[in-house]
Design a protein around this ligand. Structure first.
Ligand code: SF4
Length: 314
């Protein structure tokens, strides 16, 4: 398969910026929001410890006093990006913890507040696949019928053995079920995966990518695993009990993943973010730009691009 013309970009994958430029004809920015949610995998509903890599701190805003309202956070985010030319439209990104973990009427109030701000054209809602009830799904669908809505589902791995090991608190079939219920209609699905989870081989990581490629999923965020202070994984890392991928291994695996994903899938992320003050390793992960540049170089060296080895039909 040749590199798709419809990307309209100079990259070897379909990045989010290009997708939005093609779709809306202007720059669109995601505005991160911490609406004060928690997570059932942390508060004891499912488990108390959370995923082994989760630092449980929430956004930086939580450490500066009471959280500003959703509309105030959106306004601040807009003001930041409006310094830059052609920043015309915005997506309210409910990012921190599990953003569907509340009664549906509370969710409606929060989402409505974000969408009421001028130039906010949609929502991106980060959550767990086991935390989207029928009522919540219907609410999100109602927004998707009139605005641009992404549902971001954390999966991390398609392998139950890994999900258990990282204490995700759900299995792969729960994820597949959530995608089948939510996908195929107006809601756009973005799946989060982690590359380099302890004990996973490259083949197993590619099986995760293949499973996602076969589902009605329109976007993906690919993260490298980070060891952070205050997490179970961080403790194992400090004791030298977990190995981490080298940058070369990570870059090679990400390129393999990109090659088997559909060319229409929007690549929303290729690296992970962590707070500098609690970052333990691997050291190479501290330079995100270098990782992204290395991915670009590797694809160029291979003369390859997203979808080159995709086995589906266009
Ligand atoms: S689901 Fe997300 S917020 Fe909840 S424990 Fe895991 S990483 Fe943390």
């Amino acid at each position: 398969m040749a590199k798709p013309i419809f990307w309209n970009n100079s990259k070897r994958y379909y990045d989010l910026k290009s997708y939005w430029l093609n779709r809306f004809g202007c720059r669109v920015h995601k505005l991160p929001i911490d609406a004060g949610f928690t997570c059932p995998n942390r508060d004891g509903s499912i488990a108390a410890g959370g995923c082994i890599y989760c630092d449980g701190r929430g956004s930086a805003l939580r450490r500066t006093g009471p959280l500003p309202s959703v509309s105030e956070q959106v306004r601040r985010g807009k003001a930041f990006y409006q310094q830059y030319p052609k920043s015309e439209k915005f997506i309210a990104y409910f990012q921190t913890f599990t953003n569907t973990y509340a009664p549906v009427e509370n969710l409606r109030t929060l989402y409505d507040e974000a969408l009421a701000v001028e130039d906010v054209i949609g929502l991106s809602i980060g959550t767990r696949p086991d935390c989207v009830s029928y009522e919540t799904l219907m609410l999100i669908r109602s927004y998707a019928e009139r605005s641009h809505v992404w549902l971001e589902l954390g999966l991390q791995s398609i392998h139950d053995r890994t999900l258990q090991m990282i204490n995700r608190g759900h299995d792969a079939s729960t994820f597949r079920h959530a995608v089948r219920r939510a996908g195929g209609g107006p809601i756009l699905i973005c799946v989060h995966i982690i590359v380099g989870l302890p004990g996973e081989t490259r083949e197993e990581i590619l099986e995760t990518a293949t499973a996602i490629a076969e589902l009605p999923v329109q976007g993906i965020k690919i993260h490298n695993i980070l060891a952070l202070e205050g997490t179970a994984l961080g403790e194992h890392f400090k004791l030298g009990e977990v190995g981490m991928m080298t940058r070369e291994e990570y870059v090679g695996t990400v390129c393999d993943i990109l090659e088997i994903l559909p060319p229409t899938m929007v690549i929303q992320r290729l690296t992970a973010d962590g707070y500098r003050e609690i970052f333990l390793g691997p050291a190479w992960a501290g330079n995100k730009l270098a990782v992204i540049n290395a991915i670009d170089r590797e694809l160029e060296t291979r003369d390859s691009w997203q979808g080159k080895r995709w086995e589906g039909t266009a």
